[in-house]
Design a protein around this ligand. Structure first.
Ligand code: NAD
Length: 369
C-alpha cells in the first residue's frame, strides 16, 4: 500500500466547488485501491487575505513544502479588486510557484471525441487530439531585469523588458521535455525565434546539446514560434510535445487549449526539479480557468479541469499511470453519455450541474475497475 499527502488549496469563487468534486474522486481511490491519499486543506487567495491579511500564510506555505503535491482551485474575484497589490489573490499563486520553484508548466490539449464539434477547428483536425505544451515558467522575459519605463531627454519614454535564459535554466526544461517524451511518442518539438532573437539561437543550441548528449534516442525537431502557432491551427495532430520558453509557451498553450473547447476542461501541472536526496519533486496541479465569479455558488461549474488536474498528479507525482488513465477514460465516457455542464452544452444534450457530472464520472470509474 502506498500513501501520499496532498495539500488542497481550494481558493475563491468556484475553486471550492470544483475541489469538492476532486475530493469525491480521491475518496473513491481511498476506498477502492491500494493508494491512500491524506488531505490537508488551507486557504489561498482572497479567502486567505480575509483570514490572515496575506494571499497565503507562512503556515500554508510550510504545508505546501511538506506535501507530496498541491491541488489548487482558483483565486480572485471582484471582492478583492482593490486590496493592495502585494496581497492581491494572485500573489498567493505566484508565491507558491516561486518558493516551490515550479519551473515546468505542463498543459495538455486533449480533444474529447464528444466535444470535437465545440472546437473552432473542423472535427477531423481535432478529434483525438492529444498534445502537451511544456512551458518554462520561472524565467525569460516575464522576470528578466531591467524591466522598466524610463524618460528620455527628448521627452519621450522608453519601455524595456529583458529576455534572459541561462544554460542551466534551458537544460532543466529540456530534460523535463525529453523525460516526458519517453512516456509519450518519443518526440520533442522545441520552439523559439532564432531567426531574430539571440536568446532563440541560445535556446536552440542548448536544447540540441541536451538531446545529443543525454537523449540521442529521442526525436527532436525545431520550429520557429510563429510557424508553430500557424501549424497548431493548420494541422495540430502533427505535434506530440512542444517545449517553449515562458513567453511563447504562454501564447502557444492558450492557442492549443482552445483547440479543445471550453475553459472548464483544461488541467495543468507545474513541476519543480527532482530532489536528488529524497527523489521527490515539488508539484502543483490546477485547472487553467480562474474563479469564475459570474457562476460561483450556483452549482453549475464544470469540475472536469480540476478532476483532470488530479489525474495529472497521479501520473506525474505518483507514477500511477493506470489510475490517471482510469479518470481520463471515465471523463470521456461520461461525456459520451450526453451530459453537459452549461459551459459545454450542445443541442440535444442533457444539462447537468457540478455534482451530477461528477456522479457520472465516478460511476464510470466503478464500471471500469
Ligand atoms: P475565469 O476563467 O474565471 O472565467 C472566464 C469565463 O469562463 C467565465 O465566463 C466563467 O464563468 C467561465 N468558466 C471558467 N471556468 C469555468 C468552469 N470550471 N466551469 C464553467 N465555466 C467556467 O476568468 P476571468 O473571468 O477572467 O477571471 C475571474 C477571476 O479569476 C479574476 O479575479 C481573475 O483574476 C481570476 N483568475 C484566477 C486564475 C487562477 O486562480 N489560476 C486564473 C485566471 C483568472
Amino acid at each position: 500500500m502506498s500513501s501520499y499527502n496532498l495539500l488542497m488549496l481550494p481558493g475563491d469563487g468556484i475553486g471550492p466547488e470544483v475541489v469538492n468534486e476532486v475530493e469525491r474522486v480521491i475518496d473513491w481511490f481511498n476506498k477502492n485501491t491500494d493508494s491512500k491519499f491524506e488531505i490537508e486543506k488551507d486557504l489561498v487567495g482572497g479567502s486567505a487575505y480575509d483570514a490572515h491579511g496575506a494571499a497565503i500564510s507562512d503556515a500554508a506555505m510550510d504545508l505546501a513544502h511538506k506535501s507530496d503535491a498541491v491541488i489548487f482551485g482558483a483565486v480572485g474575484g471582484p471582492k478583492w479588486d482593490n486590496v493592495p497589490f502585494e496581497v492581491r489573490p494572485e500573489a498567493g499563486l505566484l508565491r507558491l510557484r516561486k518558493e516551490l520553484d515550479l519551473f515546468a508548466n505542463l498543459r495538455p490539449a486533449i480533444c474529447y471525441k464528444a466535444l470535437a464539434d465545440a472546437s473552432s477547428l473542423k472535427r477531423e483536425l481535432v478529434e483525438g487530439l492529444d498534445i502537451l505544451i511544456l512551458r518554462e515558467l520561472t524565467g525569460g522575459v516575464y522576470f528578466g531585469e531591467p524591466k522598466e519605463i524610463t524618460d528620455l531627454p527628448d521627452g519621450q519614454q522608453k519601455a524595456v523588458d529583458t529576455q534572459i535564459y541561462t544554460t542551466s535554466e534551458v537544460q532543466r526544461i529540456a530534460r523535463v521535455a525529453f523525460e516526458l517524451a519517453k512516456t509519450r511518442k518519443g518526440k520533442v518539438t522545441s520552439t523559439e525565434k532564432r531567426n531574430v532573437m539571440i536568446s532563440g539561437v541560445f535556446w536552440n543550441k542548448v536544447v540540441s546539446e541536451v538531446h545529443k548528449n543525454e537523449y540521442p534516442d529521442m526525436e527532436l525537431e525545431h520550429i520557429l514560434a510563429d510557424a508553430c502557432a500557424m501549424q497548431l491551427v493548420r494541422k495540430p495532430k502533427q505535434f506530440d510535445l512542444i517545449v517553449a520558453d515562458n513567453l511563447f509557451g504562454d501564447i502557444l498553450s492558450d492557442e492549443a487549449a482552445m483547440l479543445t473547447g471550453s475553459m472548464g476542461m483544461l488541467p495543468s501541472a507545474s513541476l519543480g526539479a527532482v530532489n536528488e536526496t529524497t527523489g521527490k519533486r515539488n508539484a502543483m496541479y490546477e485547472p487553467v480557468h480562474g474563479s469564475a465569479p459570474d457562476i460561483a455558488g450556483q452549482g453549475i461549474s464544470n469540475p472536469i479541469a480540476e478532476i483532470a488536474s488530479f489525474a495529472m498528479a497521479l501520473r506525474y507525482s505518483f507514477n500511477l499511470t493506470e489510475e490517471a488513465k482510469l479518470i481520463e477514460d471515465s471523463i470521456s465516457a461520461a461525456l459520451d453519455t450526453g451530459i453537459r455542464t452549461p459551459d459545454i452544452m450542445q443541442d440535444g444534450m442533457k444539462k447537468v450541474g457540478t455534482h451530477q457530472i461528477t456522479d457520472v464520472i465516478i460511476s464510470e470509474m466503478n464500471s471500469r475497475s
